[in-house]
Design a binder for this molecule. Structure first.
Ligand code: ADP
Ligand code: MG
Length: 888
């Protein structure tokens, strides 16, 4: 039933067999999880195996191959036909395995990023994965959190929920737990008006609330609207896109080459069938078939490796963008600092002192403590603590003076509240006090002090004078230059409880200040230094006071002079252009609101920077989206921020961003290595075939040989290059320009190595023919008429040389400047294994007779093998010589 909204709270709780105070017991929750199933939306259906196979087969290359197989079969070349079929099947199987591996990795990532819910179980608050929420659970809601399932609200304090996922309406709806539709209308209250309900996948933008889970998973309102669920993001990276482009282009080129060849062959009077098969060889050589699969698996492996560095990638394109980042904008609190706050100093009743010297018997100082504890949403006891570290610190301070929150709250019941938000930078709560009502306000001093008309001093409330103000500001100044975070406190008295936020936060009575220390994270300083070397500037963004921010920025090496600091109000006075012109000299943005962050990102991007921006709050979502790499905090971050971000830091640590940049650069390098490897190999094959045809020789490589090398023996080295160990110098390079083409600076390398591989393959072909026939004349290079078995021998030499030289060539890709001997041949074990496996496979094919006959290869003598090996290391030698020349 979905008319929960028409029931009373008691009725709802009774029907769901639950209790507001204790929640469900873990036992019952477990049983219900079994009964109702996981609380998750089953997104799209998994592709069936049949669909996966079809996706693999539905490819130009496969069609080309199938035609080749058919024709071979038609003319009775059964060996060729069957081996082509085997290769097609093998290729499809490898493709499916790689694809599902990559998919699994990404799926696991998505799981890691799914939101959590706070529920009451066995009278305790617990944070559990949303998928484990069951009907009857008592669920706590706060700003920035996704609603885990459909809920009947039991309590709502200024609760606003944005329900666009369900209703399409993007203006947040005010919720009211006490809402009671009249009996008559009960039947037809539309979802958008069910004010006492909250729905799965919608999102709290403001306030707090408590609700009881009514329906979960696919039974929820959103679960019923299946069509809304297919909102997959575009997950292809820029690299993959440009690769698809390159692939298309190469496809055309290969068709063109085939046509040209066909004509040449025709005028040379060659056999049509043979020409046809050679043309197919060329087509196979030109199409980089293995590339897309290899790129996606390398990305997936890289993304998995990043998890160990405390980084969860939510959007794949971010991996590449990371490698180009030129500016990292980081929140201060929690990211650059430890977010382990401790109150150290206070100022109240004209006394500035260390916290331990606070006098509880002084009325003013006692009220300061009471405010710290009452105007507070965190919870703290010796066993556990939850909430904002700033607020926990205040509770810890209160507890040191024996002021426990639960005890104090019993005495002074909280009647209403105006939650903290980072624009107001304040919060207030209303409490019962003996025979009147007190509102307690705390917040940033530059917001709160201007709203104070009075001060509580010497036991009486008196007008706030200029000299009072000066003294307060001076005390705050002293705290913030010592890098302390400053909070100010005020209150107000009423004779009734019906007040609103404007009343509560105007004409305040000042009580005092506290300063709390939040030490910088130890590893951050080194990380910032590393960024500098890598051509990346670090910028601090904080809601905190200017002096506090500058003191910490100086300590971390982010800023040197005060002129590098700007505050939010100054930002407001700058136009977008003015800001863009100044932005290169600004390293610390203090007292900013989330809206400023968007302005900052825009200005930085206008100057051509690639910007990474961190965020945690609801209002940070726009700036995270705007940034090239939006980074959300995994611990303190709200679901909204995580949803908008490209990546999530599971440890909230700045250093992890730097590690991610490093990893991003590395992944890009490695993908580039795989791509250049495969393309230079393919180019080598084209050269060998094309030259031989032009010169009127027999074809040096049969389609099956090329097919085998491209799809089987080359795949392993390409994958191994994709997981090449990190180059220690990767963070000494400047950031990669976004527009930079994949091939920039690599074209000569591609062409040169293609030519080398092509030429040595031809040399092996020529020598193979001459060795066999005993012909000692240099010319003609290749006989125009040659016996069948001599040709077989020559082709075998070419085939083995081609595959071996490519295996050896893979080592050239590891570095384009450093010698392979200085990097260490064995530092990439996978590559060494690939080489060994590749060699073994070739040796098997040549020396096991049934295989040899399928591949149409001839046995080789020791002398032949020796010659092949010598030729195969030529690419390595030439590249090493070039590297020596480059280094000089
Ligand atoms: P940041 O996280 O970058 O330090 P915030 O936006 O969280 O910045 O905080 C900005 C300012 O708001 C702080 O300097 C402090 O004065 C005030 N503030 C922070 N948290 C609270 C809170 N829970 N209640 C009242 N004021 C707060
Ligand atoms: Mg904060």
């Amino acid at each position: 039933m979905s008319n929960w909204y028409s029931k009373t709270k008691t009725q709802t709780l009774r029907e769901l067999e639950t209790n507001e105070q204790q929640g469900l017991s873990e036992e019952i929750a477990k049983a219900r999880l079994k009964k109702y199933g996981k609380n998750e939306l089953v997104m799209k259906k998994k592709r069936t195996l049949g669909q996966r196979i079809f996706a693999q087969i539905n490819d130009i290359l496969v069609y080309v191959l199938l035609i080749a197989a058919l024709i071979s079969a038609f003319v009775g070349e059964w060996a060729d036909a069957s081996i082509i079929a085997v290769v097609v099947v093998l290729n499809a199987v490898i493709g499916i395995i790689q694809e599902s591996k990559a998919e699994q990795a990404l799926e696991a990532l998505k799981k890691m990023a799914t939101p959590k819910a706070i529920v009451k179980r066995d009278s305790e608050l617990k944070e559990i994965p949303s998928e484990n929420v069951v009907p009857g659970d008592i669920v706590l809601l706060d700003a920035g959190r996704y609603i885990p399932c459909d809920l009947r609200l039991l309590e709502a304090a200024n609760l606003k929920i944005e329900e666009s996922a369900l209703t399409g309406e993007s203006v947040p709806v005010d919720k009211d737990a006490a809402y009671n539709p009249s009996k008559k209308n009960c039947e037809k209250v539309p979802i958008g008006d069910q004010k006492n309900m909250a729905f799965m996948s919608t999102l709290v933008t403001y306030g707090r609330g408590v609700g009881v889970a009514t329906q979960t998973g696919m039974h929820s309102q959103i679960g019923k609207i299946a069509t809304l669920l297919h909102q997959a993001d575009d997950e292809t990276t820029p690299l993959q896109k440009s690769l698809a482009q390159v692939g298309k282009y190469l496809g055309f080129v290969s068709v063109a080459i085939c046509i040209i060849m066909f004509f040449i062959g025709f005028f040379q009077g060659r056999d049509t069938l043979e020409m046809f098969m050679t043309a197919i060889s060329l087509a196979v050589a030109a199409i980089p078939e293995g590339l897309p699969a290899i790129v996606s698996i390398v990305l997936a492996i890289g993304v998995q490796r990043m998890i160990k560095q405390n980084v969860i990638i939510r959007k794949l394109p971010a991996v590449e963008a990371l490698g180009s980042v030129t500016i990292i904008c980081s929140d201060k609190t929690g990211t650059l600092t430890q977010n382990k706050m401790t109150v150290t100093n206070f100022y109240s009743d004209c006394t500035y002192d260390a916290l331990e010297n606070l006098n509880v018997n002084n009325d003013v100082q006692r009220l300061l403590l009471e405010n710290m504890v009452l105007c507070n949403d965190a919870s703290y006891n010796s066993e556990s603590q939850t909430g904002d570290p700033t607020e926990i610190a205040l509770l810890v301070a209160g507890a040191a003076f024996d002021l426990q929150k639960d005890v104090l709250e019993k005495k002074h019941k909280r009647l209403s509240e105006f939650p903290f938000d980072s624009n107001r930078k304040m919060m207030s709560t209303l409490h019962e006090y003996e025979d009147s009502y007190f509102s307690m306000t705390k917040g940033a001093i530059d917001r709160l002090l201007p709203r104070c008309k009075h001060i509580f001093k010497d036991g009486i409330v008196q007008p706030l004078t200029e000299s009072d103000k000066n003294e307060i500001v001076a005390a705050a100044q002293t705290m913030s230059t010592e890098a302390l975070r400053v909070l100010s406190f005020a209150f107000k008295q009423y004779d009734n409880e019906h007040i609103n936020i404007y009343e509560a936060e105007e004409n305040l009575i000042f009580i005092g200040l506290v300063g709390m220390i939040d030490p910088p994270r130890l590893e951050v300083k080194a990380a910032i230094k590393e960024c500098k070397k890598a051509g990346i500037r670090t910028v601090m963004i904080t809601g905190d006071h200017k002096d506090t921010a500058f003191a910490i920025a100086k300590e971390l090496g982010i800023a040197k002079k005060e002129s590098e600091v700007i505050v939010g109000t100054q930002l407001d006075n700058l136009s977008d252009e003015q800001l863009a012109n100044e932005i290169n000299h600004l390293n610390v943005f203090a007292r900013v609101s989330p809206e400023h962050k968007v302005k900052i990102v825009k200005a930085l991007r206008a100057k051509g920077n690639i910007v990474s921006m961190t965020g945690d709050g609801v209002n940070d979502a726009p700036s995270l989206k705007q940034a090239d790499v939006g980074v959300a905090m995994g611990i303190t971050g709200t679901d909204v921020a995580k949803g908008a971000a490209d990546m999530v830091l599971t440890d909230d640590n700045f250093s992890s961003i730097v590690k991610a940049v490093e990893e991003g650069r590395n992944i890009y390098h490695n993908i580039k290595k795989s791509i250049l490897f495969l393309l230079s190999c393919n180019f080598g094959e084209i050269i060998a075939l094309f030259l031989a045809i032009l010169l009127g020789w027999a074809t040096p490589l049969r389609p099956i040989h090329i097919l085998w090398v491209n799809l089987i023996t080359d795949t392993l080295p390409a994958l191994s290059l994709g997981v090449d160990p990190e180059d220690p110098d990767v963070m000494k390079e400047k950031p990669r320009r976004v527009k930079e083409s994949l091939f920039s600076g690599s074209i000569p390398f591609l062409i040169l190595n293609g030519i080398i591989i092509g030429l040595i393959t031809l040399i092996a072909f020529i020598v193979g023919a001459k060795l066999y026939t005993g012909d000692t004349n240099l010319f003609p290079l290749f006989p125009s008429k040659i016996a069948e078995d001599a040709l077989l021998h020559a082709q075998t030499m070419a085939f083995v040389t081609l595959s071996f030289s490519q295996l050896v060539h893979s080592f050239n890709l590891r570095s384009r400047t450093k010698s392979i001997f200085s990097i260490g041949i064995f530092t990439n074990k996978y590559l060494v294994f690939s080489l060994l496996i590749g060699v073994c496979i070739q040796v098997c094919i040549i020396s096991i007779p049934p295989l040899a006959s399928i591949f149409g290869v001839h046995t080789l003598t020791v002398k032949d093998w020796g010659f092949v090996l010598l030729l195969s290391i030529v690419p390595l030698l030439i590249n090493e010589i070039i590297k020596i020349l480059k280094r000089q």
